[in-house]
Design a binder for this molecule. Structure first.
Ligand code: EPU
Length: 422
């Protein structure tokens, strides 16, 4: 198991290139199940979550390879085992997004029911409700979701809203299934995240007929078949947001390449109110801190609201603000594993239900801390860059799930992060 030894405080300065999005890559990899033949996905990051998903597709019968230039090639000519096994799904709950495409292609699918994780219960009831509306019979057997539609799926008007708004992977599942359903499907209260718009655009490249892309009302005219396609994955807006906070928390300045500010308006707006400039430049932007960090109130929401996937990172930064901030988590109300760890670094955070009140402190102080979830771990790395002393972050494998060799990207711009195997 690797640990990070991070020396702080540092000031970051220089250029970093943003990788392709993990959360955009996974649903597109699943979409290849709907096609017969070889698809090429460009810009898929080298992450452990991508390796796990590749293994999942391989078990179904697909061939997944990386070419020399880094492209991911998926040959989905043969799918003879439409089963998402527990051993893989338990490692990555995003595996659930093979359910819709497998059902549409094979008329039958069996996927292990995902459990909860560090950020909460993570139910999938809305995914199943949507697929049932398309005509599938769905039941639970020995911990597996079994979905059957031997005579194919039928388009329908479906409402996909839930207690916390829209669902990203639920929308992906039903959208993918509906592309091969007979007739028209309307998904109302669809997730509007850029990753879903990107998936819909890739599906259209494969021959699907989807309109309303980017809106909460997706209209899908079912087609008989889809063809393999070439798709380039969009930049990772969460990685970009994490590096923006890295610039801000270290009072530094970073130029980010391959970054789409249009997908990040809520984040950019917050940063600008906190004494951070974000200026479009070339294929990305320049982010710089211009004064002391100002306090802020943040409420996470589905897109285009402030993303839950950047809540922990912003909390690390607001720990050092000149005053009190409030963070309300409205997507995953239990996503606060980082709070106790940040307090170990001398932050002053108080959790009240889905709300955290942050009393800004002058200094963070290094401590041994433990990574728990992916974004919580990123927050600890950010805090460590600004903290006095050497912070040791254990269980770094959480970070490796979503950030490709983060130390090799941050060290050239001034970070002092060592990776050690213990
Ligand atoms: N929900 C339900 N019922 C459902 C599905 C979801 O009540 O059937 C609730 C969830 O419990 C949550 C809310 O709806 O309160 C939103 O969850 P959503 O389904 O949108 O989450 P997800 O699709 O499982 C994706 C990302 C997450 C990201 C969320 C929210 C991927 C692979 N995962 O998860 O990313 O936090 O959307 O934006 O795309 C991460 O990258 O660190 C990560 C956790």
């Amino acid at each position: 198991m690797d640990v990070f030894r991070i020396e702080g405080p540092v000031r970051l300065s220089g250029s970093v290139s943003i990788n392709g999005s993990k959360n955009a890559s996974l649903p597109i990899m699943a979409a290849t199940i709907l096609t017969v033949g070889k698809s090429t996905l460009r810009g898929v990051p080298h992450l452990s979550d991508i390796s796990i998903f590749s293994r999942l597709l391989t078990r179904l019968g697909c061939r997944v390879t990386r070419s020399r230039n880094g492209d991911l090639r998926i040959d989905s000519t043969v799918i003879d085992n439409p089963v998402g096994e527990y051993e893989i799904v338990r490692k990555m709950r995003a595996s659930i997004c093979i359910l819709g495409p497998l059902l549409a292609r094979c008329g039958r699918a069996q996927v292990s029911m995902p459990g909860g994780c560090a950020i909460g219960d993570r139910p999938v009831g809305i995914h199943l409700r949507g697929l049932r509306e398309l005509g599938a019979k769905i039941y639970l057997k020995n911990g597996y979701i079994v979905a059957e539609a031997p005579h194919g799926l039928k388009g329908k008007d479906i409402f996909m809203g839930g207690p916390f708004g829209s669902t990203v992977l639920g929308t992906a599942n039903v959208l993918m299934a509906a592309t091969l359903a007979k007739g028209r499907t309307i998904i109302e209260s669809a997730a509007c995240e850029p990753e879903i718009a990107h998936l819909a655009n890739c599906l259209n490249k494969m021959g699907a007929k989807i309109s309303g892309i980017g809106s909460p009302r997706l209209i899908i005219e079912g087609v008989r078949e889809l063809q393999p396609a070439e798709c380039r994955v969009i930049p990772d807006r969460i990685e970009a947001g994490t590096f923006m906070v890295a610039a801000a928390i270290t009072a530094g300045e970073l130029k980010l390449h391959n970054c789409r500010l249009d997908d990040m308006m809520a984040v950019v707006h917050k940063l600008r109110n906190i004494s951070v400039t974000v200026d479009a430049a070339g294929d990305g932007c320049v982010v710089a801190r211009t004064g002391p960090i100002k306090p802020a109130d943040i409420t996470t929401q589905p897109y285009p609201g402030f993303p839950t996937d950047l809540q922990a990172q912003f909390m690390a930064m607001l720990s050092l603000a000149e005053g009190n901030s409030v963070v309300i988590e409205k997507v995953f109300p239990d996503r606060f594993m980082h709070v106790a760890e940040l307090n170990r670094m001398a932050a002053n955070l108080r959790k009240e239900g889905p709300t955290v009140i942050i009393a800004g402190v002058k200094k963070l102080i290094a401590a041994p801390v433990m990574a728990s979830g992916l974004r919580a771990s990123a927050a600890l790395v950010l805090a460590a860059l600004a903290a006095d002393g050497t912070t040791v972050v254990s269980r770094v494998y959480h970070i490796d799930r979503g950030y490709e060799r983060i130390e090799e990207r941050l060290n050239p711009v001034g970070a002092k992060i060592g990776r050690e195997s213990i």
